[in-house]
Design a protein around this ligand. Structure first.
Ligand SMILES: [Zn+2]
Length: 238
């Protein structure tokens, strides 16, 4: 079983991935984490990624796919060892159609396929409220929220007494712009999976527990009797 979790910043995607992975025996595959781990391990790929980071460049698709493939191999090994691993939970990957096709090809080589794509829906106004309410301590980096998690004293960090401020890229305008870009970029990606009937939408504007249950239910509905079955379109990318 291989599941993709999709949702914009502020949708609670990361939180949900952390809850659902252990529930369903899925290993979380977050590319940001993979990049950091590769850099720390100083592998060949890691060194190339560090060079890109240092120059402020984006990691190209082929490097990203390379790391994801290494992770898929690791998951397969763990599964073979009977460690209760049932597949991958992709979080923040794929980001575009090219990556999606490469992922399909990588899974097809392992006689696997994407089982379900879960889209976490949260109204734009709610996303903006969640993100634009974020405040950060200038001294220790502690994160607060004006509504959901305010510091005890206004503008003062509970932990270190430092000044708690709104970052420039967390203003309502900046957040709205970022979200609009996200929706524009993910639409073609969603269409790619919708063509194959893989997308399930979940209402993310609810308490964390309710969202988790809805996601688990959506994934379970999509699980075919034979998990390893390769979808008819999975192999078309050469
Ligand atoms: Zn602080």
């Amino acid at each position: 079983m291989n599941v993709i979790l999709m949702g914009p910043q502020g949708s609670g995607k990361g939180t949900q991935a952390g809850r659902i992975g252990p529930r369903l025996g899925l290993t979380q595959v977050a590319t940001g984490e993979l990049f950091r781990a590769a850099i720390a391990a100083r592998t060949g790929l890691g060194r190339r990624i560090k060079d890109l980071y240092d120059r402020g460049d984006l990691v190209p698709d082929d490097l990203t796919i390379g790391l994801v493939e290494e992770k898929l191999d690791e998951i397969d090994r763990e599964r073979d060892l009977g460690e209760g691993v049932g597949g991958a939970l992709f979080d923040g990957f794929p980001r575009n159609r090219e990556q999606a096709k490469a992922l399909d090809a990588a899974l097809a080589r392992r006689e696997q396929a994407i089982t379900a794509v879960v889209r976490i829906d949260v109204p734009l106004a709610m996303l903006v409220a969640r993100l634009a309410g974020r405040r950060v301590c200038k001294r220790c980096g502690a994160v607060y929220h004006v509504e959901f998690n305010p510091p005890r004293a206004d503008g003062v960090c509970d932990r270190c007494g430092g000044e708690v401020v709104q970052r420039e890229d967390d203003t309502a305008e900046a957040v709205t712009k970022r979200l609009e870009i996200y929706f524009k970029q993910t639409e073609p990606l969603l269409a790619y999976y919708e063509e194959r009937g893989l997308v399930a939408a979940v209402d993310g504007d609810r308490p964390i527990e309710a969202v988790t249950e809805a996601i688990v239910a959506a994934i379970t509905r999509h699980v075919p009797s034979a998990n390893a079955a390769v979808s008819p379109t999975a192999g078309e990318q050469g």
